[in-house]
Write a protein of this length. Structure first.
Length: 283
C-alpha cells in the first residue's frame, strides 16, 4: 500500500528539495537543492531519514497537508507555529500523523524558509541524481500546487533525533568573503567591501540575494561570459552586488568581486528583505 500526503494549501511557495545536484555546471545546470541545507538535514534526522532525503522547502510557511497514511514529520528552520487538526504541536520535534490528520504550518517568526520532512522522504523521480526543484532551468518536480499528492518512500526503522534548536535569522549579517577572481576590476576592492553596507532587496530569490546600499565602484564595460559558482558576488554596472544562491546561472558577464563560503550562504537564504548585510574580507 502506497504512503502519500495531499497538499491542501501550498502557501506562497512550496518546493521539493534535497541537497541538490552539484557537479553539472558543464551542462549549464546549477546545483539547486535546499537554500538552508542545515535545516533540511536536521528535519531528516528528526524523522529518521538519511540527510540526503527529499523534503519540502516552504517560503514564509502557509502550508497545509493531509496525511493519507501513518507517518512522522518534522518542521525545522526558524521558529514557527505548527498545528495538527487545529491543535498546536511542536516544531523542531518529531510529530506523528495518523491517516486523515491535517498538518498546518504558520509563518515563521524570523527568516524566510522552513523545511518539512516526512519519514521515508518524498519519493519523486530523480533527475541528474537529485529530486530538487530548479526554478531557473525547470529541472526536477514542478512547484507544488493545491491538491497535489506526494508519494512517500518507506520509512527507515532507525531512530531519529529527539529535538533540534530552531534556526535564528538575525536582523544583521556579517558575511566572510574571499576576494577574486575579478577584484582587479575594483579600485581598493577589499576596502570597498569592508566599509560598505547593504540591505537585502525584496527582489531576492533562490537565484540570488540582491543587495542594495553602498555602490561598489568598478571599471566600465563587461567581461566575456565565464563560469559562476554558488556564492559568487557579481556586480552589475549599477554597483549593487548580487550573491548567487542555489538556482544561479552557471555563466555570467559581470565581474565577480569575491566569493562567499558555502557554509554562510544559508544565512543569506534565510534573510528577509531589509536585513542588514556587511562583508568581511578574509584570506
Amino acid at each position: 500500500m502506497s504512503r502519500t500526503a495531499r497538499i491542501v494549501r501550498t502557501g506562497p511557495q512550496a518546493l521539493v528539495q534535497d541537497l541538490g545536484r552539484p557537479g553539472n555546471a558543464h551542462l549549464g545546470v546549477p546545483p539547486s537543492g535546499a537554500v538552508d541545507p542545515h535545516s533540511l538535514k536536521l528535519a531528516n534526522r528528526l524523522v529518521g531519514n538519511p540527510e540526503t532525503a527529499a523534503g519540502l522547502e516552504l517560503l514564509l510557511g502557509g502550508l497545509a497537508v493531509e496525511a493519507n497514511a501513518s507517518c512522522t514529520i518534522a518542521v525545522t528552520g526558524p521558529a514557527v507555529a505548527v498545528r495538527v487538526n487545529g491543535r498546536l504541536a511542536d516544531s523542531h520535534h518529531p510529530v506523528h500523523l495518523k491517516a486523515g490528520d491535517t498538518l498546518e504550518i504558520g509563518t515563521p517568526d524570523t527568516g524566510l524558509r522552513t523545511y518539512l520532512a516526512f519519514s521515508g522522504g518524498i519519493d519523486v523521480p530523480e533527475e541528474l541524481g537529485s529530486r530538487s526543484t530548479d526554478l531557473l532551468s525547470g529541472i526536477g518536480p514542478d512547484p507544488l500546487r493545491d491538491n497535489d499528492v506526494l508519494e512517500l518512500g518507506p520509512p527507515n526503522p532507525a531512530t531519529g533525533a529527539d529535538v533540534v534548536p530552531p534556526h535564528e535569522a538575525p536582523p544583521a549579517l556579517v558575511i566572510p568573503i574571499r576576494l577574486g577572481p575579478r577584484d582587479d576590476w575594483f579600485e581598493n576592492a577589499e576596502t570597498q567591501l569592508r566599509q560598505g553596507s547593504w540591505t537585502v532587496s525584496d527582489r531576492s530569490n533562490r537565484v540570488g540575494a540582491r543587495l542594495g546600499g553602498t555602490k561598489l565602484n568598478r571599471r566600465d564595460g563587461e567581461i566575456p561570459s565565464e563560469g559562476m559558482i554558488t556564492g559568487s558576488v557579481q556586480v552589475p554596472p549599477d554597483g549593487q552586488p548580487v550573491v548567487f544562491l542555489n538556482d544561479h546561472p552557471t555563466t555570467g558577464g559581470y565581474p565577480v568581486i569575491g566569493v562567499v563560503d558555502p557554509a554562510h550562504l544559508r544565512f543569506l537564504g534565510q534573510a528577509r528583505p531589509g536585513t542588514e548585510v556587511r562583508f568581511r574580507p578574509v584570506d
